[in-house]
Design a protein around this ligand. Structure first.
Ligand SMILES: Cc1cc2nc3c(=O)[nH]c(=O)nc-3n(C[C@H](O)[C@H](O)[C@H](O)COP(=O)(O)O)c2cc1C
Length: 180
């Protein structure tokens, strides 16, 4: 079992994956991490759509003009979508679930990358949310927030450099503008 702090230091966005599939027990544990995440007023209004179909992954990778290529290369991508009528903290709730799943993935040796959907545009100007909702058949009130691309890493990323953390963005008692 990896130490949590070590996991936080070592997690990096992984955008290249081998052709190896992720076994379904591993996928289940990653999804369980999302289901274990906290939500405002315990709304638990998120939905996780796990996509493995290659053609669908390629189509999802075109949901926005740039930055979604890892989805097409992934072994599996999880769309994090939230019922916006059931939670006024839907962005926070979906974001925490996504972060939990990414950390769980890393702990299991699976690389991941957050692909933003909310507020982004496809090459033809269509909102990325509309493209994803249409492809995945999401009801109107269930808004896609992001796609988490997953796969066995095919690239090496250095851990974070703890010497370069922004400690000047940490303030004691009151905000200190001179630190910024
Ligand atoms: C809210 C959010 C949106 C992001 N959107 C994208 C994206 O659309 N495409 C992408 O390749 N990476 C995306 N990323 C990954 C960031 O680029 C990455 O986390 C950042 O550069 C730090 O690198 P690291 O994750 O390797 O530490 C996103 C990350 C977050 C938290």
């Amino acid at each position: 079992m990896t130490n949590l702090h070590q996991l936080l230091v070592e997690r990096r966005s992984i955008r290249k994956y081998t052709d190896q599939p992720i076994d379904h027990e591993t996928v289940k544990i990653i999804l369980e991490a999302g289901l274990l995440s906290p939500t405002g007023k315990n709304a638990r209004a998120w939905h996780f759509i796990a996509v493995e179909n290659k053609d669908m992954l390629l189509r999802l990778s075109e949901c926005k003009a740039t930055g979604a290529l890892p989805v097409g290369r992934s072994a599996l991508t999880i769309c994090v979508a939230v019922d916006v009528t059931a939670s006024e903290t839907w962005i926070e709730d979906g974001s925490i679930a996504a972060a939990y799943m990414m950390l769980q993935a890393r702990e299991l040796g699976v690389g991941s990358c957050w692909i933003e959907v909310n507020g982004r545009l496809a090459a033809d100007g269509t909102p990325a949310e509309d493209v994803v909702s249409e492809l995945l058949g999401l009801p109107e009130q269930i808004q896609p927030l992001c796609l988490i691309a997953l796969g066995i890493p095919d690239e090496e990323r250095k851990p974070q450099n703890v010497e370069k953390l922004l400690w000047n963005h940490v303030h004691c008692d009151t905000f200190k503008p001179e630190q910024c």
